[in-house]
Design a protein around this ligand. Structure first.
Ligand SMILES: NC(=O)c1ccc[n+]([C@@H]2O[C@H](COP(=O)([O-])OP(=O)(O)OC[C@H]3O[C@@H](n4cnc5c(N)ncnc54)[C@H](O)[C@@H]3O)[C@@H](O)[C@H]2O)c1
Length: 372
């Protein structure tokens, strides 16, 4: 077991301040992280994070952070179009890397990153981290052992009204499929395996929005409906938009010849399972296996991997396949032509029970301490 690690965060906006840094505070408190360097092109953002969080050093140069000896893991939390380039530089500098989704915004940049990861000294962990949630793992285990027979169909959805910050969410290289649907495509390919074809339709519900107090023109479609044909023959759909208000109902449903399994909540914030079995003739409801599982868990997972030497569970080749599905869906929506996919991956088996989620255990303990 190696000692606590040094983190370098690139991009100190919403997701850094509201999600990853609170997790990092827990990782420091539990002796997993020793120091944190933060970088942003905006010096005001650096002052904000330094005032709120235990940051040892700040820099406006991502390159300087990436090249520093006091950084073991580079955490790329910038706007989407810069992910591929920053993650590639960090891998080339010999660092371990966590990159927020999507891993890149073009297939060429994604392929370059995947190839770099195959030859790199460090590991690459790509968000989203949905496969690490204990509820997802239970769903995967039940599908794999045949609880619902052969899966035929599945559906997944995630949407909301959309960010009122970050104009880049509404510019080319942004949009709800890269930002939100990516969770669903990751869940569905993890549960049903790689895809061979995809088709989609997309629409624009509002051509103007107020972002950071300014009226802007929306340059990407904000509403998507995908149909994915998996290599197994199963068909799945993804519903995602910047414009959905509220929903009730499971995030993911998987239908088999002998039953149905549902993941409750959202796939990034799961809340247990429901299971219909023909044999039992009844619905069964299973409470969440970890009510406080954080969707940032990939970072705790990578920190644990670096400390123990155990390779991460999530694989960049799945993130690359998910990227191809999303790009092909956008092309199908643009042209009206179903797209054949060229990439694939081997879905990992369910995690052994003992390995399921070290971060969520930290998180559960923090909540239990706060309540006692
Ligand atoms: N906000 C969320 O709730 C959320 C949730 C999950 C994932 N994400 C993902 O996290 C990423 C960031 O989202 P956000 O909402 O925090 O965006 P944001 O716009 O609030 O923050 C991005 C930050 O990155 C900085 N930045 C941009 N390019 C940079 C560069 N080259 N070097 C250093 N800093 C740079 C910007 O100045 C900004 O402070 C996106 O990929 C998003 O999809 C966001």
């Amino acid at each position: 077991m190696n000692g606590p690690v040094c983190l370098g965060i690139v991009g100190c906006g919403s997701v850094a301040q509201n999600a990853y840094l609170p997790l990092i505070v827990n990782l420091i408190a539990h002796g997993h992280v020793r120091s944190v360097v933060a970088s942003d092109v905006d010096p005001a953002r650096l002052e904000e994070v330094r005032a709120k969080y235990p940051i040892d050093r700040v820099t406006t140069s991502a390159e300087e952070l990436i090249g520093s000896d006091d950084v073991d893991i580079v955490v790329v939390l910038t706007s989407m179009p810069s992910h591929g380039e920053l993650a590639l530089k960090a891998l080339q500098a010999g660092k371990h890397v966590l990159v927020e989704k999507p891993m890149a915004t073009t297939l060429e940049a994604g392929r370059e990153l995947l190839e770099a990861a195959r030859n790199a000294a460090g590991w690459l962990v790509c968000a989203p981290h949905v496969q690490l949630s204990p509820d997802y793992q239970e769903l995967l285990r039940r599908i794999g052992r045949g609880d619902i027979g052969r899966p035929l169909l599945a559906r997944a959805r995630y949407g909301w009204d959309g960010p009122d910050w970050g104009t880049w969410f509404y510019a080319p290289g942004g949009g709800p499929l890269f930002d939100l649907g990516v969770y669903n495509v990751t869940s569905l390919t993890g549960l049903l395996g790689p895809a061979r074809r995809v088709t989609a339709m997309s629409a624009l519900s509002r051509s103007e929005r107020v972002v950071e107090g300014e009226l802007i023109r929306v340059q990407t479609d904000d509403t998507f409906q995908l149909v994915i044909e998996h290599q197994s023959g199963a068909l799945s759909t993804v519903t995602t938009a910047f414009g959905m208000q509220k929903y009730r109902g499971p995030a993911v449903e998987v239908y088999g010849l002998e039953g149905t399994l549902q993941l409750l909540g959202d796939d990034w914030a799961p809340d247990g399972l429901e299971y219909w079995s023909n044999a039992a003739g009844a619905w069964q409801v299973f409470d969440s296996r970890s009510r406080y599982w954080p969707w940032t868990d990939g970072l705790a997972h990578l920190v644990n991997a670096v400390r123990t030497g155990e390779p991460p569970y999530t694989r960049p080749d799945q993130a690359f396949h998910v990227l191809e599905i999303m790009l092909a869906a956008m092309e199908a929506a643009r042209t009206g032509v179903t797209q054949e996919l060229t990439t694939s991956f081997v879905p990992p088996e369910p995690m052994p029970e003992r390995d399921r989620g070290d971060a969520h255990r930290i998180h559960d303990r923090v909540h239990e301490d706060a309540q006692s």
